[in-house]
Design a protein around this ligand. Structure first.
Ligand SMILES: [Zn+2]
Length: 265
């Protein structure tokens, strides 16, 4: 499932291809996708491509509505400007420009296209980890309000947006915090480590996605070859890179959590 770093990577890839260019029309190839016909037929200049939570958002000039693509489970966006016809398997929509097209593929068809009059309408309820308001103080205040275990808390999209299951295990391992610790028992220092490593791990993942972008695309939305940079996720029974103890797997709210019981307190 594309997580925040993957969506950010896709946005960065498309900025130079789309910004300042004219989107001439949109063709929908799947009955599950709906857009007002005027949106599909009216040519508009793309003013910006940005990420809002895990949505890929196109902004246009002249006060035209915004268009968001939510990739969900298996959606992906691919650029095509070859003379040959594009691959049509699982192709759901074509965004046609003068110099090529952005193709929306979606194997499982959970992806959506949404039109909104403002970014506020699309904005997720939770805070983006790259928002300047995401500070140790803010996170500590949120943690004080709940006795929920810290791992499922980090996954809550109404608090912090875009942290997926893999990243939550990695963040807590790097911050040396027990995933089962109730949030309101965390010290300020522990919360500050979680905050810092959240940003660091996401930045590293974005950097990594950038260099393995073709793998990411080829894997149809699955995370590509970045297993190598994960310290604990998917490594049950392997030695902790820091202390050598066996990495454990537990299930919290139906999701696997990987951690080192010796390093994470
Ligand atoms: Zn360890």
């Amino acid at each position: 499932m594309p997580e925040l770093p993957e969506v950010e990577t896709v946005v960065r890839q498309f900025v130079p291809l789309l910004v300042g260019r004219r989107l001439t029309r949109i063709e929908l190839l799947d009955d599950k996708l709906t857009l007002p016909p005027a949106i599909c037929k009216t040519p508009r200049r793309v003013e910006a491509v940005e990420r809002l939570g895990k949505q890929f958002v196109l902004r246009f000039g002249d006060g035209a509505p915004l268009l968001a693509v939510h990739l969900r489970m298996t959606g992906r966006l691919k650029w095509h400007n070859q003379p040959s016809a594009p691959d049509t398997a699982h192709l759901r929509a074509r965004f046609i420009l003068e110099h090529g097209e952005m193709l929306f593929y979606d194997l499982r068809r959970f992806g959506t296209l949404v039109v909104a009059s403002s970014a506020e309408e699309l904005a997720p309820k939770g805070l983006d980890p790259f928002d300047a308001r995401f500070t140790p103080k803010w996170l500590f205040e949120q943690c004080q309000r709940t006795s929920q275990a810290v791992k499922p808390f980090l996954l809550r999209q109404d608090r912090l947006v875009g942290l997926g299951n893999i990243y939550c295990s990695e963040i807590l391992y790097t911050a040396r915090v027990d995933p089962e610790r109730p949030c309101n028992t965390l010290t300020r220092a522990a919360v500050a480590r979680i905050q810092r490593h959240t940003i660091e791990i996401l930045e590293r993942a974005i950097e990594h996605c950038g260099t393995t972008f073709s793998d990411f695309q080829d894997s149809r939305g699955e995370i590509g070859s970045y297993q190598a940079f994960l310290a604990v996720y998917g490594r049950e029974g392997e030695a902790c890179p820091s202390c050598g103890a066996a990495i454990r797997r537990i299930v919290q709210q139906q999701r696997s959590t990987f951690y080192c019981a010796r390093c994470q307190r």
